[in-house]
Design a protein around this ligand. Structure first.
Ligand code: FES
Ligand code: FES
Length: 170
């Protein structure tokens, strides 16, 4: 059995230290040691996207990312998205929902919720890089995220709505 790591990284704006071994998948660290509920176990094979988190602003599949790979880096999970949005826009107050979360609610793109974590993480990455994505650019970005409820058209509509809202053209 591997030794515990005492790894440190930034999680949703706070420094954390964890004791899991260095080869432990980040997903297990986030759920079992840090008790977060946003990232979810789906396939465990980097295929579905339900476990996604942002590492230094880039989406990674936490089910196949060892703890050793994120030591000293900045991790943002679903729980940290409102604060990330507030920081990116210079808002004085952290909103209850991000524009994307509000859009997902408005469009009823959330059914069982299995995919919703990864959808938000990937769309957040996309909108940070491209504030005005075309439908095709959204489709391409979301290609690796599986929605077993088949709400893809509503997810695309929600991302388009969020992009307009974040550009001040809601
Ligand atoms: S659980 Fe990580 S990609 Fe499916
Ligand atoms: S809402 Fe059920 S998997 Fe996407």
């Amino acid at each position: 059995m591997a030794d515990s790591s005492n790894s440190k990284f930034s999680l949703n704006g706070s420094e954390v230290a964890v004791t899991a071994s260095a080869d432990t998948p980040l997903l297990y660290v986030l759920t079992d040691e840090l008790h977060l509920l946003g990232p979810r176990f789906g396939c465990g094979l980097a295929q579905c996207g339900s476990c996604s988190v942002l590492v230094d602003g880039v989406e990674v599949r936490s089910c196949v990312t060892p703890l050793s790979a994120i030591t000293g880096k900045t991790v943002t999970t679903l729980e940290g998205l409102p604060a990330l949005h507030a920081a990116s826009k210079g808002l004085a107050k952290v909103p209850e929902f991000t524009p994307l979360q509000q859009a997902l609610i408005d469009t009823q793109a959330i059914q069982c919720g299995y995919c919703t974590n990864g959808i938000q993480i990937k769309a957040t990455e996309l909108l940070a890089k491209n504030p005005s994505p075309s439908e095709q650019e959204i489709r391409t970005a979301m290609n690796g995220h599986l929605c077993r409820c088949g709400t893809y058209p509503k997810i695309i509509t929600a991302i388009e709505q969020a992009a307009r809202s974040m550009r001040g053209k809601a």
